[in-house]
Ligand binder design. Structure first.
Ligand SMILES: Cc1cc2nc3c(=O)[nH]c(=O)nc-3n(C[C@H](O)[C@H](O)[C@H](O)COP(=O)(O)O)c2cc1C
Length: 388
């Protein structure tokens, strides 16, 4: 595809070429059974591959059973779970997209109901959920909030086991055809809760100063990199700031250390360490009520800082909605990739429409051949611009 945009230019990371800079951000679907993907995951993820996205990430995929957020979360702690993902990676690849997986451990935010059932911790009085509840784990015995149960603090032995679970999950992911892997180190889940001095009160080697609090994230990364093929890219999602003491300078320091350990891209999200939002005020000082109050591209400045100060590729995410907006982010060198979540759910063919909208040459080239001929004809009939 010839064009003057960066959005529709390929990016090569290690041996993997992304056909454009549009990425499906990980989106929990809460629709797996015992961690095994259902038809939903196939239908959901294949839409974005058909829709021209460069890199399609799975939802947070748990590295152990108690690392799920809800009983319906996807897992990759068994071979059966991994095998169920193989048709998905095969289909995504056949469409010219790159299949990526986000591996995760929910820590103290686990054992909850899905958002449509409140997103609250499961308790014994919940008829539908009670039997599937579990005891959560964390760096320290601090509950997420008033109504949340107290997690168990992991011993050093248990920490090593969790690290091994991340490693074996990465190994399985490569076996079933994933070509990119992201470690979920954001949003208050286990890795982030080790990084934060608010949730990590340990006085062993995994707590204390920044070096101690980063140790778990870095050991997970080292173990994953050893079990993830050298020729495939590794992403790390962090909360660039969390509104509770973790600042952008900490993220820059962490990113430099991650880069030394073979991370290729920092995915720059924010918040999530407590149940309170990280973004408390608007530009005019008024409080933000909900995520929809957040301005377009509200996390892009974090991506720009990390990209420049840690000298590493970054992915921007968060209210990226318009093709021109995504292009500007790339042109301004604020990020190398743009990830979209809700906007792609709203329009899984966003990328195909964006190519047309941005006047790239052969805008229909990205469409699957099963659709392309008819879409070209539609364009001619409608007297649309058609260059294919
Ligand atoms: C339904 C839903 C599920 C999500 N699940 C995940 C997830 O599994 N892992 C993750 O890191 N972020 C998750 N997020 C956050 C998104 O990846 C993304 O960072 C966020 O929605 C902001 O991007 P957007 O404004 O384009 O939606 C989720 C968001 C939504 C709306």
């Amino acid at each position: 595809m010839t064009n003057n945009t960066i959005l529709f230019s390929p990016l090569k990371i290690r041996n993997v070429v992304l056909r454009n800079r549009v990425v499906l951000s990980p989106l929990c679907m809460y629709s797996a059974t015992e961690g095994v993907a259902s038809h939903w995951q196939f239908a959901h993820l294949s839409a974005f591959a058909r829709g021209g996205v460069g890199l399609v990430f799975t939802e947070a995929t748990a590295v152990e059973a108690r690392g799920r957020i809800t009983p319906g979360c996807l897992g990759i702690w068994t071979d059966e779970q991994a095998d169920a993902l193989a048709p998905i990676t095969e289909f995504i690849s056949s469409m010219g997209s790159v299949p990526g997986i986000q591996i995760a451990h929910a820590g103290r935010k686990g054992s909850a109901t899905p958002p449509w059932a409140g997103g609250v911790p499961i308790n014994d009085n919940m008829e539908t959920w009670a039997e599937s509840k579990w005891t959560t784990v964390a760096p320290s015995e601090l509950p997420l909030g008033e109504d949340w149960p107290t997690p168990l603090a992991l011993s050093e032995d248990e920490i090593n086991k969790v690290i091994l679970s991340f490693a074996s999950s990465a190994h399985r992911a490569a076996r079933v055809g994933f070509k990119a892997l992201e470690i979920h180190g954001a949003h208050g889940y286990l890795i982030h809760s080790f990084l934060s001095k608010v949730t990590n009160l340990r006085n062993d080697q995994y707590g204390g100063d920044l070096e101690g609090r980063m140790r778990f994230a870095l050991e997970v990364t080292e173990a994953v990199r050893e079990n993830w093929p050298d020729n495939l890219p590794l992403f790390f999602r962090l909360s660039a700031i969390d509104g509770n003491g973790w600042e952008i300078e900490d993220s820059i320091t962490l990113s430099k250390e991650l880069k030394k350990r073979g991370v290729d891209v920092i995915d720059c999200s924010a918040g999530g360490i407590t149940s309170a939002p990280a973004f408390r005020t608007n530009d005019d000082g008024t409080p933000m009520k909900s995520s929809s109050d957040r301005p377009l591209g509200f996390q892009v400045p974090y991506s720009e800082k990390i990209r420049n100060k840690a000298d590493i590729l970054t992915m921007a995410v968060g209210r990226i909605i318009y093709p021109e907006q995504a292009e500007d982010i790339l042109q301004n060198q604020s990020a190398d990739l743009t990830a979209l979540g809700r906007e792609l759910m709203h329009d899984p063919f966003w990328t195909l429409h964006a190519a047309d909208h941005m006047n790239v040459d052969n805008p229909f080239e990205l469409w699957p051949e099963q659709y392309r001929w008819a879409i070209v004809r539609r364009a001619e009939l409608e007297n649309y611009r058609s260059k294919s």
